[in-house]
Design a protein around this ligand. Structure first.
Ligand code: FES
Length: 174
């Protein structure tokens, strides 16, 4: 082998590509461009999420109405018209079932619609009374006195044989 061939083998290495170009082509490398792209995409996704989440929350009850449990709370034979009521909790809300003068059962949330105190059924006066600001409600839940802006929230009742069930919340009137 001659000296010339030996020189051919020791050919001058090709110049390396510029570092930035190499980094951009290699899959795991983080370039400024890639960093900015990912950051911008992340910020856009968070922004869209913040915009869409409240809309989805607003739409959710329309798309899927709340499911209420059916709960037996009393028997007809244990109630007397405008007599003592039966206390119970419905969907974690304190509530009471009474029998109206005509023998119909009626159930209400005991949360006062004024500022949320717990009202009490007082059979001797035939009224629900609030201890906080002296509100009074008739047996059908209407405001008889005091500051509450609306009646007691009525629960839906159903009689099946002797059993009285609560199975939902009646929509507010008006
Ligand atoms: S909270 Fe019941 S009257 Fe004010």
């Amino acid at each position: 082998m001659g000296e010339t061939e030996e020189k051919k083998d020791k050919a001058v290495p090709e110049p390396e590509k510029p570092a930035a170009e190499d980094d951009y082509d290699s899959p795991g490398a983080v370039t400024r461009r890639r960093f900015l792209t990912v950051t911008f995409a992340g910020a856009t996704a968070i922004g869209l999420g913040a915009l869409v989440a409240p809309l989805a929350r607003y739409a959710y009850p329309i798309l899927k109405p709340e499911v209420f449990e059916k709960l037996q709370v009393a028997t007809i034979s244990s109630l007397t018209p405008l007599g003592p009521g039966v206390n119970f909790e419905y969907q974690e809300i304190p509530a009471q079932l009474i029998m109206l003068e005509d023998g119909t059962p009626a159930a209400y949330s005991l949360i006062c619609p004024h500022l949320g105190c717990i009202v009490k059924w007082v059979p001797k006066d035939s009224l629900f009374e609030c201890p906080c600001h002296a509100a009074k409600f008739t047996p059908d839940g209407a405001v008889a006195a005091g500051p509450p802006p609306r009646p007691l929230t009525k629960l839906t009742t159903k009689v099946d044989g002797d059993a009285v069930y609560v199975e939902g919340v009646e929509p507010e009137e008006g």
